[in-house]
Design a binder for this molecule. Structure first.
Ligand code: ATP
Length: 341
């Protein structure tokens, strides 16, 4: 389903849960709504579902304004973290529920439920009750139940939050694969950046009721448009007075904040060939082993900066005099953002 949201605003009492949020989602996309707790993600989902009315703004599905359509007429399926299955109904009956409500024929219901049981890997568990299933199996039943009536949009609110880490990782891959197969436009809420980056083909970063950025995970990571996004996604250093550093003398942006990812910082001994003149002297403060590389904390012109160093290179030690080479900086001020390399 093609979705357009125009300037959605929602206030609870005096608190603005969303402030003029606008976005467009193409049909078939798998979107991750990502951001810290309380930012407004669930409120956006509930407005799309029709469970919450925006104070102002418009929602369009397939070129049709749906603000006045009740939830059951919006063609939506849901899976919520605590949206429990019907406790006294079998797996089969849970999945069949929406189809029964729609008064579909008995044969049709049987065919569709059987197909979904296959698709979601629940064969053999049809007669079980929810309490006889694992958390992961329950979420798969919830997913099958949500897509059974062939919704045009699937909304998932923290669908894996209550599941332990290992199963959660499996379910993510499973979900991505499943959604690709069934081809439903899907929006899921998460506050876990790893989950969003791994599952979604597009991410929307929501912070304090505002949509900070929308794009493919790689674009969000490589081209953050706000300081919040730069700090929230991936690791980052914050540096003042970037123009004092060699190669960045021209990086003028009035009262700018500079954010640098550790992977864009090289650190090593002056004798190492990769250090041309455009590097700054610094002192190693700490060295941390990260499994795949070293994280080096360096003191540089009175500031602290983190860099990575490969395990194949000579190990650095606290107190070592080193050279630091910065490859890419994100600059932000109130009006603008710029990437300097
Ligand atoms: P979380 O990850 O914790 O679910 P979220 O980003 O989904 O957070 P929302 O649930 O949309 O955030 O909530 C945004 C803000 O609106 C929160 O401060 C919340 O307390 C407030 N809020 C949400 N629903 C209501 C309500 N019905 N009445 C009053 N305040 C509400």
């Amino acid at each position: 389903m093609h979705i357009v949201a125009k300037q959605l605003m929602k206030t609870f009492g005096t608190f603005q849960a969303t402030k003029q949020v606008s976005f467009e989602i193409e049909k078939g996309r798998l979107i991750g709504l990502l951001g810290p707790s309380g930012g407004g993600k669930t409120t956006i989902l509930r407005m799309l579902a029709g469970l919450e009315q925006p104070d102002s703004g418009e929602i369009w599905f397939h070129g049709k304004k749906v603000n006045d359509l009740p939830p059951q007429e919006r063609g939506i399926g849901f899976v919520f973290q605590n949206y429990a299955l019907f406790r006294h109904m079998s797996v089969y009956d849970n999945i069949a529920f929406g189809l029964t409500v729609q008064k579909r024929g008995k044969q049709e219901i049987k065919a569709r439920v059987t197909e979904l049981i296959e698709l979601t890997g629940l064969k053999g568990l049809e007669k079980r009750l929810p309490h006889q299933l694992s958390g992961g199996q329950r979420q798969r039943v919830a997913f099958a139940r949500a897509i059974a009536p062939e919704p045009q949009l699937l909304l998932l609110d923290e669908p894996f939050a209550a599941i332990d880490a290992k199963v959660r990782k499996e379910l993510r891959t499973w979900l991505k694969d499943m959604i690709n197969r069934v081809g439903i436009t899907t929006i899921f809420v998460t506050h876990d950046q790893e989950e969003a980056v791994e599952v979604a083909d597009q991410i929307m970063i929501i912070h304090q009721g505002t949509l900070e950025q929308q794009g493919a995970p790689i674009d969000i990571y490589q081209r953050p448009q706000t300081p919040f996004v730069a700090g929230f996604i991936g690791e980052s250093n914050s540096l003042e007075h970037i123009t004092r550093f060699k190669g960045f003398e021209q990086a003028e942006l009035r009262e700018a904040k500079a954010i640098i990812r550790p992977e864009f910082v090289e650190v090593g001994y002056a004798s190492e060939i990769s250090f041309p003149s455009a590097s700054e002297p610094g002192t190693v403060k700490n060295v941390y082993f990260r499994g795949t590389n070293w994280q080096i904390e360096v003191e540089l012109a009175g500031q602290t900066i983190f860099a990575y160093r490969s395990l194949e290179q000579e190990a650095l030690k606290p107190g070592d005099r080193v050279q630091v080479l910065i490859h890419r900086v994100y600059l932000f001020n109130e009006q603008e953002h710029r990437t300097v390399e």
